[in-house]
Write a protein that binds this ligand. Structure first.
Ligand SMILES: [Zn+2]
Length: 691
C-alpha cells in the first residue's frame, strides 16, 4: 500500500520527497509527482478550489432585490488554470493502492483549507494524517514524518478557515454589489479592508483638518529647555533677556541606571514593520521574500504571530548561532564568549500557538552560497540580526535629569550615557531618543555657570503622522493603539484586524481598488477612498466590530466558539445594512467616473460604464444610453468623443476601420429615436472610403 503526501507547492514536495526517499520523478502529461519508498509526493499550487462567485449560485443579475446573497450550501469550484494539476491529483488520490493521505500543506489556516478543499472536492474518505512542521530542514521534515498527527486533530482549524471564507464571502459579495449598484461604480467592500480603509481615511482627514499653532521654546547653551513654552515670540524674548548673562545654578542632578531590554524575536508583523522602516519594503514584498527564504530552508515558517520559541529549542538555538559564525564571525564569537541570553524573552511555551517566532534554520550557513534577490537578502539580514540581538545583553545606560535655575526660571535637561551597548550596538532602526545621548555633559549639584547664548526656538504643533505600512501594520495588529487614552487601553486586551498572513494583501487590495495610494513610505487615502469611507455606515467600517469577529474566529479555532453563531451574527449584520442602505434617501454617489456632459434628454450628467455611456439617473428613469462599441468604426468611442458629442450634438471620429478593413474618418451626429440613441454617419472626412 502507498501513502500519498500532498503539500502546498512543488518546492515543498521536492524537499519532502528527498527526505523520505521518494526520489523517482514520474511524468504525467507535462506534470510530475515523486514516487519511492512506499510514498507518492505531490502538491497543490496554492489554492486549487474556491467557494465560487455569486453567479455560481444563480445570482447572475446585479439587483438590490437579491441582496444579501446567502447561499444555502457553499460548494467548491475549481479555480481557473489548474485543470491539469487537478486531474493529476484526482488520479492519484483515487488510486486503489493509495491507503492513506498525508496533508503536508503549510501549517496554518490557509494550508489546512487548501488540503481539505482538495480532499472534499474529490469526496475522498481515506484516512488522513497531518505533517505539522515549522521549518523545511531535513531534520524537521524527518521529525515531523516520524510524529505525524491525526488529520482530525486540525478539524477546528479547518472549521475556522472555512467559516472565515464563508463569512467574508457573504459580507464581501453582498456589500460590494450593494455599494456598486447604489453608487453606479465598481466598489470593493470587505470585512477587514473596509475598516482599514476607514482608519487611513480618518487619519488623513485629521491631518487636513489640523491647523498648526506656533509656539516658542527658550533654550540654554547646553540644550536645557525652559519648563514653560510661550505662545508669542515676545513672551519668550522677555525670559531670554531676563536670564542672559545671569548665573545658572544646578539645583538638581538625579542619575539613574536604566536598561533597555533586547527586542523580541520576529513575528511576521514585526518583520514586515522593520523591513518597511529600514528598507522601505512593502508588507507584501516582505512576506513574499520570507516565504521564499522558508522554501529555501534558510528561515523558519514565516506566517506566525508569535515572538517566542518553545523550551525544547534551547540547544537548537545554540547550534544555529554557531552556524552564523561565517556570517559575522566577530559578533558571534563575542556573543558566544559572553554567553547566550536565553531567558523568557526568547523562550515561552505559553506564547506560541501554531508556530514559533521566525528565526534562521541551522542551514543558514548556506546563505552565502544561495542565490537571493535584494529583498530576500534584506529580510534574511533582518531575521539574523534580530535573532542575535534577542540573545545578546540588554542595553545599559545612565540617565541623568538636571534642573537649572536662572533668576527663578527653571530649565530641564535629560542626558543619557551608554554604559554597555549590548544588543543596541546592532540596532537597525534608530529611534529619536538616541539623539539625546550626550555623554560629555556632566554637572554636580549646586554648581554654577553663566547663561550665555540663550536661544528662542520657534516651533509648531504637529498634526498626526501619515500612516506608513509599518505604523498601519502596528494598528492592524492591535487596534487599541488607536485609542490615545493610556488608561483606557489597559482594560481591553489586544485585538487585531486580519491575521499576520493576510495583512499584506489587504493593503494591496485597497491600493488596487483606488482607495489608497502609496507615496514613498506613506499610505495616503485618495479623495475617492475618503469619500467612500465617509459614505459608509458605522457597522460596515467599524474596526471594533471586525476585531470582535476576528476574536470569534480564534475562539472557533480554540474550540470555545461556535461557527454557526458567528455566521448567524454576520448574516444579521449584513441583512440590516442592506435594508437600511436601500431605504436611505439623498445619497451622494461616490464614483470615479468622469462626468462627460449633460444628458440631452433630462439634463443630468452622463457617465461611462462597463458597456457604454449612460445617463446617471439610470436605465429605469431616463434611459439615455449609447453602446460603447460600434462595429461601423471598428472600435469603441472614447470618453472625449462622447463629451464633444454631448456638448455640440456632432463629432468627427478619426481612426475608424470599416468592417471590410478600410481606414476612414467621418462626421457623425447624435440621433435619438426616443427609444434608442445612436450616432448617425453624416459624411466622410478627407480621403474617401473604399478603393
Ligand atoms: Zn437623462
Amino acid at each position: 500500500m502507498i501513502r500519498l503526501i500532498i503539500s502546498e507547492k512543488p518546492s515543498v514536495s521536492a524537499a519532502v520527497a528527498y527526505c523520505i526517499g521518494a526520489t523517482e520523478k514520474v511524468s504525467v502529461e507535462g506534470n510530475f509527482y515523486w514516487r519511492g519508498n512506499g510514498y507518492i509526493v505531490t502538491n497543490a499550487l496554492g489554492h486549487l478550489f474556491g467557494i465560487g462567485m455569486p453567479e455560481d449560485y444563480g445570482y447572475k443579475k446585479w439587483e438590490l432585490t437579491t441582496l444579501p446573497i446567502i447561499p444555502e450550501n457553499f460548494k467548491l469550484f475549481p479555480l481557473d488554470g489548474y485543470d491539469d494539476q487537478i486531474k493529476m491529483l484526482s488520479g492519484l488520490i483515487n488510486r486503489d493502492d493509495v491507503s492513506e493521505v498525508i496533508n503536508a500543506c503549510d501549517a496554518g489556516r490557509e494550508g489546512e483549507c487548501i488540503f481539505r478543499y482538495i480532499y472534499n472536492y474529490f469526496g475522498c474518505t481515506k484516512p488522513v494524517k497531518r505533517l505539522w512542521i515549522s521549518s523545511l530542514t531535513d531534520e524537521s521534515i524527518k521529525h515531523g514524518m516520524e510524529n505525524l498527527i491525526e488529520g482530525y486533530e486540525k478539524n477546528s482549524l479547518y472549521e475556522t478557515g472555512f467559516t472565515r471564507a464563508k463569512a467574508d464571502w457573504i459580507l464581501g459579495m453582498s456589500l460590494s454589489r450593494l455599494y456598486s449598484i447604489l453608487n453606479d461604480d465598481s466598489h470593493k467592500v470587505g470585512r477587514v479592508k473596509t475598516p482599514v480603509l476607514n482608519i487611513i481615511a480618518e487619519r488623513d482627514k485629521a491631518i487636513s483638518d489640523f491647523t498648526k499653532k506656533p509656539y516658542f521654546k527658550v533654550i540654554l547653551d547646553n540644550g536645557a529647555e525652559c519648563e514653560n513654552i510661550f505662545d508669542t515670540v515676545e513672551k519668550a524674548e522677555i525670559i531670554r533677556a531676563k536670564c542672559s548673562g545671569k548665573t545658572v545654578a544646578v539645583i538638581s542632578a538625579k542619575s539613574e541606571n536604566k536598561i533597555e531590554n533586547r527586542p523580541l524575536l520576529h513575528s511576521l508583523t514585526s518583520l514586515q514593520r522593520e523591513a518597511n522602516e529600514v528598507y522601505g519594503m512593502t508588507a507584501a514584498d516582505t512576506l513574499k521574500a520570507a516565504q521564499s527564504l522558508y522554501e529555501k530552508k534558510l528561515i523558519t515558517y514565516p506566517r506566525t504571530d508569535s515572538n517566542f520559541l518553545s523550551d525544547d529549542m534551547k540547544t537548537l538555538v545554540e547550534s544555529i548561532v554557531k552556524c552564523l559564525s561565517e556570517y559575522d564571525e566577530q559578533r558571534v564569537t563575542a556573543l558566544l564568549n559572553s554567553g547566550l541570553n536565553i531567558d523568557n524573552r526568547v523562550i515561552d511555551n505559553s506564547k506560541i500557538s501554531d508556530h514559533h517566532a521566525i528565526i534562521p534554520t541551522n542551514l543558514i550557513g548556506r546563505l552565502g552560497v544561495t542565490l537571493l534577490n535584494d529583498n530576500e537578502k534584506n529580510v534574511a539580514e533582518l531575521v539574523i540580526n534580530r535573532f542575535l540581538c534577542a540573545l545578546d545583553k540588554p542595553y545599559r545606560y545612565t540617565e541623568t535629569q538636571y534642573e537649572f535655575s536662572v533668576e527663578g526660571v527653571i530649565f530641564k535637561l535629560t542626558v543619557k550615557r551608554a554604559d554597555e551597548w549590548g544588543w543596541k550596538w546592532y540596532r537597525k532602526v534608530t529611534d529619536s531618543d538616541d539623539e539625546n545621548v550626550q555623554p560629555n555633559i556632566s554637572y554636580f549639584e549646586n554648581a554654577t555657570f553663566t547663561a550665555d547664548n540663550i536661544t528662542v526656538k520657534p516651533c509648531e504643533t504637529q498634526p498626526p503622522k501619515r500612516f506608513t505600512e509599518s505604523s498601519l501594520l502596528a494598528v492592524m495588529e492591535n487596534i487599541d493603539r488607536l485609542i490615545p487614552d493610556k488608561d483606557l487601553k489597559g482594560f481591553v486586551k489586544e485585538r487585531g484586524l486580519g491575521t499576520p498572513a493576510t495583512r499584506a494583501s489587504i493593503i494591496e487590495e485597497l491600493i488596487a481598488a483606488g482607495y489608497v495610494q502609496r507615496k514613498k513610505k506613506q499610505l495616503v487615502s485618495t479623495e475617492y477612498g475618503r469619500a467612500f469611507a465617509a459614505s459608509l455606515p458605522e457597522n460596515v467600517k467599524s474596526a471594533e466590530l471586525t476585531a470582535h469577529w476576528e476574536q470569534a474566529l480564534s475562539d472557533i479555532e480554540n474550540g470555545t466558539g461556535s461557527a454557526a453563531d458567528l455566521l448567524g451574527e454576520i448574516i444579521k449584520t449584513v441583512t440590516s445594512i442592506v435594508t437600511i442602505e436601500c431605504g436611505r434617501e439623498n445619497r451622494v454617489r461616490v464614483t470615479r467616473k468622469k462626468l462627460l456632459g449633460k444628458c440631452p434628454r433630462c439634463g443630468q450628467p452622463v457617465v461611462e460604464n462597463n458597456i457604454g455611456f449612460a445617463c446617471s439617473t439610470g436605465r429605469e428613469k431616463c434611459g439615455f444610453f449609447i453602446w460603447g462599441q460600434d462595429k461601423r468604426i471598428g472600435r469603441k468611442y472614447t470618453a472625449a468623443e462622447i463629451s464633444e458629442l454631448l456638448a455640440s450634438g456632432r463629432v468627427t471620429l478619426k481612426n475608424c476601420v470599416s468592417s471590410k478593413g478600410n481606414k476612414y474618418s467621418a462626421f457623425f451626429e447624435l440621433n435619438d429615436t426616443g427609444q434608442y440613441v445612436n450616432l448617425k454617419l453624416v459624411e466622410f472626412v478627407g480621403k474617401k472610403r473604399g478603393k
